[in-house]
Design a protein around this ligand. Structure first.
Ligand SMILES: [Zn+2]
Ligand SMILES: [Zn+2]
Length: 697
């Protein structure tokens, strides 16, 4: 799986104690090596945690006191210790030549008598090889720091902004304000080097910037300096956010709720990690992520709808138009003069919101002219959309039908049309790609027609069950989706996915899809997807059932599909709901139990009568949220709990489980909270005001 290759790659030194932990007894430690409100601020994957390191250090100290040491005094400068015993040197050579698993196996082999010795030697060598070169970096202590932040004198805007962000948050973490200087100055002894610059070169640090692409970064300790070096234009800034979030415990939960731990000592363990996102294009299309560009950048999102500017490194793709562009491409008004441009359905050229006749050469000519005009009018656009309208009604005329029948799917005439446009503009606009959909009737790929290299195919999962993962659900819809993505993967050079994450007919309705979010992102990445658009509640007021949490978890996942989702949910609930968090956790359990235990499927247009919204689950949910409200420690938290309980009321009202005066009162309370929360939409197509009217207000 690609994500495993790129997240986070960690050097052997850091992996060693992981192997060590499996051959030694667990070590009790007092706590993490730097204070943080989070259980595991050390990030993801294979990287050693702070408590692992401290545990290893504690163990070494314990051994130090009882064992004759096989080496002399260290040189005191963090270099490799001298005068090792023969056994130790052999083990050291092995530790460098062998992978941790092999070393572990060596440690476990041998006679019963030698086994214990081997284990101990391995243990010590591992600790020393780690301790010998990885002096912790103390960036700040008691409000003082010897470090300065260095950027190139020619730094791009996002590198300069990365320096400011790092300065800002380090000051809030530690009380120390680090100066920002350029590489015109001579190399100092304690520097945080951002991006490509002269000091980085002077340190002879090899960074493969091409491999980091536009968004990836290396975090590395080198000779007492800290390097945060990323690909242009967003990598270094992403690297700063990765450091702050994954190594120092900063959290950005919503644009208004961030947590910055206060640290007496800002200390980093030895670092040498690459963080390269598996998804080059990442878009969480939730209002929570879109309403503040600085916040979106901190989530390391880079899609079209964020108002990212030059200081954020801009966006990974700028669309024009965004989707469903046939009405703009071949305007409906042409029907009067040219009904033959429009689809033949049941023997008649159809009018209105329909597709177009894609085998008509005049339609192609007009489309190419239009696309050229769009590129001229929108020089910033890097992706031009030529995609079907949001309906069926495709052309059944003889030439269209003949091709589609021969190719086994109406995607054939679509793709031939899109390819022809992509070919026509390629020479003049080599950096522009044409985007189209594999959606509903075009989702199955054609047998022989292949998307050109400058065509993006956006596969859409709209029909699927999201209670269970795309990969595991037994529903026919998910089986068909699996078949289609497997068929597109080898033939589409740029495969994107348009995915769906709340209930779109009822934003205010529990949607039990938390179990499948991670599995699905991983599934997309494993099937070659390069761009992921996670559609959510994108209405002006945002929210929706567990909207802020859903958006947050999705942002973590599109950056790192292997991230620890459970930890993110726990942290978010604790920060957002305070003492009421356990009740919210229990609410999530209650609303997911029916789809887990009874196997009910969940689709994005399910009505309030869906089986998984039965009275038992909803009553339990309401009881838990009642209790949560009692636990809320302040008004802000209480209001968040009240907003989170709207979904169970919504289902109660919709299913007429409350009548008469009580119903009127519940609707009144629902609307009062929803309005105070700024909720604008009750569904994708209906405003809260319209719903209020329907409810008799
Ligand atoms: Zn046709
Ligand atoms: Zn299912």
């Amino acid at each position: 799986m690609k994500s495993n290759e790129s997240f986070p790659t960690t050097n052997r030194r850091l992996r060693f104690p992981e192997a060590l932990s499996k051959i030694s007894e667990p070590v009790e430690v007092d706590g993490p090596s730097f204070p943080s409100p989070w259980p595991s601020p050390q990030g993801e994957g294979n990287a050693i945690s702070a408590s692992d390191q401290q545990g290893a250090a504690s163990l070494m100290l314990a051994l130090w006191s009882v064992l004759p040491l096989p080496w002399g005094e260290g040189r005191g400068d963090g270099e490799v210790p001298i005068r090792r015993t023969e056994e130790c040197q052999r083990a050291s050579a092995r530790s460098e030549a062998l992978k941790p698993a092999q070393l572990k196996s060596w440690c476990r082999s041998g006679s019963a008598a030698s086994k214990g010795v081997r284990r101990l030697v391995c243990l010590l060598v591992g600790l020393l090889s780690s301790a010998s070169t990885n002096a912790d970096l103390v960036l700040a202590d008691k409000g003082q720091s010897p470090y300065r932040i260095v950027v190139s004198a020619n730094a791009i805007a996002s590198e300069r902004y990365a320096a400011e962000e790092l300065q800002r948050y380090l000051e809030r973490l530690s009380g120390a304000r680090l100066p920002i200087v350029t590489d015109d100055q001579p190399l100092g002894s304690n520097e945080i080097l951002l991006g490509e610059n002269a000091h980085l070169r002077a340190l002879h640090q090899e960074i493969d910037f091409a491999k980091l692409r536009s968004d990836g970064a290396v975090l590395r300790e080198a000779k007492g300096h800290l390097l945060i070096a990323g690909g242009n234009p967003r990598g270094t800034l992403n690297g700063v956010y990765t450091l702050l979030e994954e190594k120092l415990g900063v959290r950005w939960f919503t644009p208004e709720l961030e947590v910055v731990p206060k640290l007496d000592t800002v200390k980093l363990p030895d670092l040498d990690e690459s963080h390269i996102p598996a998804l080059p294009y990442r878009e969480v299309f939730w209002t929570e992520m879109m309403r503040n560009a600085d916040f979106a950048a901190r989530q390391r999102l880079n899609g079209h709808h964020y108002k990212l500017t030059e200081k954020h490194g801009g966006r990974a793709g700028i669309y024009f138009p965004f989707v469903h562009s046939f009405d703009m491409l071949i305007p409906r008004e042409l029907y009067k003069e040219h009904p033959e441009y429009f689809p033949l359905i049941d023997g008649k050229r159809a009018e209105g919101y329909v597709q177009r006749c894609l085998s008509n050469p005049e339609v192609l000519k007009l489309a190419i002219d239009r696309v050229r005009q769009w590129i001229k009018d929108h020089p910033e656009a890097t992706i031009i959309t030529v995609s079907q309208n949001d309906t069926g009604k495709w052309c059944q005329c003889e030439p269209c039908k003949m091709l589609d029948d021969a190719e086994g799917s109406p995607s054939a005439s679509m793709l031939r049309f899109v390819n022809a446009i992509a070919e026509a503009i390629e020479k003049d606009h080599p950096n522009v790609r044409i985007d189209t959909l594999a959606y509903q009737y075009t989702r199955k790929p054609p047998k022989t027609i292949r998307p050109r290299h400058n065509v993006i195919v956006r596969l859409c999962s709209i029909e699927c069950c999201f209670a269970h993962s795309l990969e595991s659900c037994s529903s026919k819809e998910n089986q068909r989706f699996r078949d289609d993505i497997i068929a597109w993967q080898p033939i589409a050079p740029s495969l994107f996915v348009w995915d769906y994450t709340p209930n779109f007919s009822h934003y205010q309705q529990p949607f039990p899809n938390f179990d499948s979010l991670q599995a699905n992102v991983r599934f997309f990445v494993a099937h070659g997807v390069k761009g992921l658009f996670e559609q959510g509640n994108y209405s002006g007021g945002g929210q929706g059932e567990m909207g802020p949490l859903r958006a947050y978890v999705l942002a973590k996942l599109v950056w790192n599909p292997d991230t620890d989702v459970k930890r993110h949910i726990d942290e978010f609930l604790r920060a957002y709901f305070g003492q009421a968090a356990p009740k919210l956790q229990a609410y999530l359990e209650a609303t997911h139990r029916p789809v887990r235990e009874k196997g009910f499927h969940a689709h994005i247009f399910d009505p309030p009568t869906a089986q998984y919204l039965g009275a038992e689950a909803m009553d339990e949910g309401e009881k838990l949220l009642d209790e949560a409200e009692q636990l809320a420690e302040n008004e802000a938290v209480r209001f968040r709990v009240q907003t989170a309980r709207l979904p169970v009321w919504y289902v109660k009202i919709a299913n007429n489980r409350v009548t008469g005066e009580a119903r009127t009162e519940l609707i009144r309370r629902f609307l009062a909270i929803a309005r105070k929360a700024g909720i604008s939409n009750i569904s994708e197509g209906r405003s809260l005001a319209e719903w209020a009217k329907r409810m008799g207000e």
